[in-house]
Design a protein around this ligand. Structure first.
Ligand code: BJW
Length: 256
């Protein structure tokens, strides 16, 4: 049997697996926030930043070379986030969490929109742009003044530059975050991977752990990715449409 909902055809066996799953893991990327108006990572360099390569900005060496440029890029993105809200895809994932016995949302996004949508069991693999920490000693700093001069603000304790509490290329993921996501993936019935290009490791390896352990893997993305080949189901569309359609199909009478 197949279900057609919001224009998407979803197989009956997928709906059944979703309804009966005991442990669900969701891995999200920037595409999940696209319909909130947050540019995806590789589209983020628009306007003022159009001439910079993100691979050149999201690195420790870029910050060492030009700390003010990197600080300003993040300050601008942080300010943009005050203007956006979770979309129907974020909300559907929070609803899904409420319906399955065990759930983990592993996100590569730094925008905090999953938490704002009501998701609870979240692992932020790449940090959170709202937080700032000391670039030397890693302590999180709660308050800072935006600089008026040509350099980022300084740590009040040691005077090193402050930096966003995100994971740049060549940096390790936060302690325990990857381990928690990998363990959940190895032990789940169903893994949904939504809105990620699947190009950035180690996050991109998480669906493979689930697949190898026998879980069903579902990809939600308007475009093919390197992860498409291992997906049992590919739902080609925007996550703000497809994810609510999936939850609606599995629990048609939902009222929230
Ligand atoms: C929609 C949609 C809609 C659009 N609905 N979908 C060679 C092989 C393997 C690994 C490596 C390698 N060389 C180097 C590495 C390691 C490196 C890596 O993976 N590099 C790759 C480029 C190859 N990884 C690392 O360095 C990681 N650390 C590490 O490995 O430590 C060990 C180590 C130590 C020392 C030396 C070397 C290794 C750290 C990775 C950190 C990534 N950080 C960033 C920045 C975070 C802060 C910030 O936001 O500025 O994280 S990079 C960026 O990529 C960001 C994202 O979280 C991440 C993933 O991007 P994402 O989310 O997939 O977004 P996009 O834009 O790529 O894709 C959007 C998708 O949405 C697309 O598919 C669209 O189709 C889709 N979409 N609209 C649904 N409406």
């Amino acid at each position: 049997m197949r279900f057609v909902t919001a224009g998407y055809t979803i197989s009956g066996s997928l709906i059944q697996r979703l309804r009966t799953a005991k442990r669900v893991v969701v891995l999200t990327g920037a595409g999940v926030s696209a319909e909130s108006g947050v540019p995806t990572f590789r589209d983020a360099l628009t306007g003022l930043w159009a001439t910079f390569d993100p691979l050149e900005l999201a690195t420790p060496s870029a910050f060492a070379r030009n700390p003010k440029l990197v600080w300003d890029w993040y300050a601008e993105r942080r300010a943009q986030l005050l203007q956006v809200a979770p979309n129907a895809g974020h909300l559907a994932l929070a609803q899904l969490e409420a319906r399955v016995p065990a759930f983990l949302l592993a996100t590569q996004n730094v925008d905090g929109l999953h938490a704002r949508a009501g998701s609870r069991e979240i692992v932020e693999l790449h940090g959170n742009i709202a937080r700032v920490r000391c670039s030397r000693e890693d302590r999180v700093v709660k308050r800072w003044d935006e600089p008026l001069d040509a350099m980022p603000p300084r740590c009040p304790a040691c005077q090193a530059y402050l930096r966003p509490d995100v994971v740049w290329f060549e940096e390790m993921l936060p302690s325990g975050a990857l381990e928690r996501a990998e363990a959940a993936a190895r032990d789940c019935d169903l893994l949904i991977v939504a809105g990620t290009s699947g190009e950035v490791y180690p996050a991109a390896a998480i669906p493979q752990y689930a697949k190898s352990a026998g879980a069903r893997v579902v990809e939600v993305n308007p475009n093919p990715t390197p992860l498409s080949a291992l997906a049992d189901d590919t739902l080609r569309g925007p996550s703000a449409v497809v994810l609510p359609a999936l939850v609606d199909a599995a629990w048609p009478a939902r009222k929230d």
